[in-house]
Ligand binder design. Sequence first.
Ligand code: HEC
Length: 122
Amino acid sequence: MKGRPLLPFAIIAIIGILVMISLSFVGLNQRAEMNSEETEEEVTEIEDPIAAGEQMVQASCIGCHGGDLSGGAGPALTSLEGKYSQEEIADIVMKGMGGMPPVNDNEVEADAIAQYLLSISE
Ligand code: HEC
């Protein structure tokens, strides 16, 4: 290797840097798009809260509270009536409680979850 052996490396390095910069711009754009979609689709109303609540419970609660909600890492959720009000349950979903992390910070969804749990309460 004679002459300037560093030049090819410098070119490759510059190309690499340009690729990285353009990729990060693509990433930023995608993130901005995702964010705007999220805000557009922010749930503010649920038509059938009990059915929607059931789906959300199946999706986000059974991992800890058991497939039939009879308890697991967390206590059973099958007899909350009389123990917690709808508002209190929604609050637990949004803020967590003791060993339970916050699960869903959307008030309307948390409220639908609470309605569903009270509807199945024995
Ligand atoms: C990461 C595991 C985990 C997930 C996921 C989880 N929980 Fe919990 N939950 C717990 C634990 C642990 C407790 C007990 C907390 C305590 O008493 O300190 C608890 C307690 C509760 C309580 C109070 C029960 C009682 O009898 O006092 C309610 C209500 C509840 N969870 C509802 C939900 C709902 C609804 C979801 C889904 C939206 C959910 N949890 C998801 C772990 C979880």
